[in-house]
Every structure is written in C-alpha cells, then in structure tokens.
Design a protein around this ligand. Structure first.
Ligand SMILES: NC(=O)c1ccc[n+]([C@@H]2O[C@H](COP(=O)([O-])OP(=O)(O)OC[C@H]3O[C@@H](n4cnc5c(N)ncnc54)[C@H](OP(=O)(O)O)[C@@H]3O)[C@@H](O)[C@H]2O)c1
Length: 305
C-alpha cells in the first residue's frame, strides 16, 4: 500500500513538479496501485457528491467530469445516494464514449444491502450510468443487514463478472475486524473513509491494520469540503512551495499511500487538483505538516460526514 519511491531530500521547504529534481531526496507517489485482487486502480480520482441535484448545474458537472477523465482523473466515485440517483445519471452522461478509460466506483445504501436488495440497487445504478459493469462496488456504511449477507451478494456480483472488485466505506477498525470474519478469502479490496490533514485519527490503528492486509484507504472529503483550505498553516506552507493549498492537501494524502477523490465541478480546479499527482514533497515538508497538523496520539472514533 505504501507505493512510495524515495527519490531525494530538500531544504528549505520545496516541492518539485515531476522531472525537476536536484539530486536531493524526495518521496514520490505513484499514479496507480495494485489492489489485493491484482486489479490496478488510479491513486487520484474525482468525487461526485452534490452532483445531479440541480438541472442548471448538470451541463457543467458533465463537462467537468469529462475534462477530468481526459486529463487522467479516470477514477470516478459516485453512489446511489448522491442526488437520489442524480449523480449517477450525470456520471452516465460523462462516461458515454469514455467507459473503457474509467475506473467506476459506486455504493449501495445500507438499507438496500440485503442479498437481493444489493443486486437490485446495483442493477438500478448500472441503468442510471448506462453501463454493464462496475470496477468497484462499496457498502456505503454499515446498516441493519448482516455483513455476511451483503458480502455474499457482492461476491455473487463479482463471480458473475458484473463488478471487478468490492469494498466497504465508513468502517472503523472493529468493523474491519468483523468484516474479515465474513471474508475469509480476502475479497474486500478497499475501505473508503474520511481522511485529510485536518482529520488524521485513522492513522492510530485503522491504517496500520489495513496496511498489513494490503487494503488501501480511499480518502473522501480530502479537502474537508474546503474547510481545510482556510487553514493559515496550510496556506503558508503551500505558498512557500509555490503550490495551492488544495494541491498540498491532496499531495500529502498521495504521500500517505491513500487514494484521494476530491470533488469539483470546475474545470480550472480539476486541472489544479490533477497537478497534485506531479508534486514531490520533501521529508522536511512532511515533517512540518506533522508539526502543524499532528498525527493522533490515541485511538479516536472514525470521523464521518
Ligand atoms: N463514502 C462516504 O460516506 C463519502 C462521504 C463524503 C464524500 N464521499 C466521496 O468523496 C468525494 C469528495 O469528498 P467531498 O465532496 O465531501 O469533499 P471535498 O472533495 O473535500 O471538497 C469538495 C469541495 O471542494 C471544492 N474544491 C474542489 N477542488 C478545489 C480546489 N482545488 N480549490 C478550492 N476548492 C476546491 C469543491 O467546489 P467546486 O466543485 O466548486 O470546485 C467542493 O465544494 C465526494 O464527492 C464523494 O464522492 C464519500
């Protein structure tokens, strides 16, 4: 899960665009990771929460997602919940003619996650997105149906070739431990949770637990829905590096070996976010970020939006 290449070290704070190295040590994140089932997945994606809610925004949202795909942000994260199916419809229009380039992730609501209900919800999602398979399908969060039942449904979909992989979302360490009991063959490939510089609680035990099993963290709300971007410390360090606060926040997540999925409906901001992939942060910058956004010193409950 680490997928890091040690390349050089810098002083004072610096970030370099890929290829602009000066012989000092940098840590460079990769653009793809291999899941425990052997499937390759991009390490930076596009979120879609709040898309598909307004008729007037739809054209913009489709254009933004398409532009993102065209510049390499081919991982798209959506859910049946977003816009009550509206976001999946926007995604469907955005990926038309581009499906083969896209790593498509959607999620089943917990109240649909029975043995039969999961399949029904899945088929409805496919219809909205006008596709015949998903690259990844997630249980959005834990609900009333037993995990065993939901996992059986997800496994049936995988064996039928309708989904390439499956995972969970909003699972804390105890949930993951329980999930493992019902997934003896290790088919659960990802846990999508809230993770950003302003919310680092999962570093205490969830990330180490997942690392041991090669289950990556997909980091949702990587900009803390813009809250993080107002941090004067983040702004200061980004300025010193001549990058934007959003790029610094995303680059830091990539340097943790996680998969951030920022949402933007704005083409300029999508381009800005895409460039986070090409930024190499020095160990000194990472240390400074640890100083101003300290890692946890004890177990903290999973942060959820
Ligand atoms: N599994 C779950 O329970 C769960 C929960 C929350 C989110 N998610 C997923 O994770 C995705 C991302 O999380 P999120 O949408 O909550 O929050 P986020 O990505 O942290 O922030 C999105 C906000 O940031 C703005 N933004 C994006 N890029 C920016 C930039 N470069 N500079 C300034 N502002 C920027 C966007 O506005 P513009 O659109 O105007 O650019 C939007 O208001 C979601 O869309 C969804 O797919 C999953």
């Amino acid at each position: 899960m680490q997928n890091r290449q040690i390349i050089a070290e810098s002083r004072p704070f610096r970030a370099f665009l890929h290829g602009n190295l000066t012989g000092k040590i940098f840590i460079m994140p990769t653009h793809t990771i291999t899941l425990r089932n052997g499937i390759e997945m991009p390490t930076l994606g596009q979120g879609t929460w709040f898309m598909g809610e307004s008729f007037f925004e739809k054209k913009n949202e489709i254009a933004a997602l398409q532009h993102g795909i065209d510049i390499g942000l081919t991982l798209i994260d959506t859910a049946e919940m977003y816009g009550n199916g509206g976001a999946e419809k926007v995604v469907g229009e955005a990926i038309a003619g581009r499906r083969d380039k896209v790593f498509l992730v959607s999620k089943v609501l917990p109240n649909h996650a029975s043995l039969r209900g999961t399949v029904r919800a899945f088929e409805d999602s496919l219809k909205r997105m006008k596709t015949d398979y998903l690259d990844m399908y997630l249980l959005h969060w834990r609900g009333g149906y037993p995990l065993e039942e939901t996992f059986e449904a997800l496994e049936n979909l995988r064996k039928a070739g309708k989904i390439r992989s499956w995972g969970v979302s909003n699972f804390d360490t105890d949930d993951m431990q329980e999930a493992e009991e019902y997934d003896p063959d290790g088919n659960c490939c990802i846990n999508q949770v809230l993770y950003n510089l302003g919310s680092r609680g999962i570093e205490w035990d969830l990330i180490p637990w997942q690392k041991k099993r090669n289950i990556p963290v997909m980091a949702y709300s990587p900009l803390y829905q813009t809250r993080l971007l107002r941090s004067s410390s983040l702004v200061r360090i980004a300025q010193e590096l001549s990058i934007t606060p959003a790029q610094l926040a995303l680059s830091w997540l990539l340097h943790q070996g996680t998969v951030p999925i920022p949402k933007s409906s704005n083409i300029q901001r999508i381009e800005e976010n895409r460039k986070a992939w090409d930024i190499e942060l020095s160990q000194e910058v990472l240390n400074e970020l640890d100083r101003v956004f300290p890692p946890p010193t004890h177990k903290m409950p999973l942060d959820i939006l």
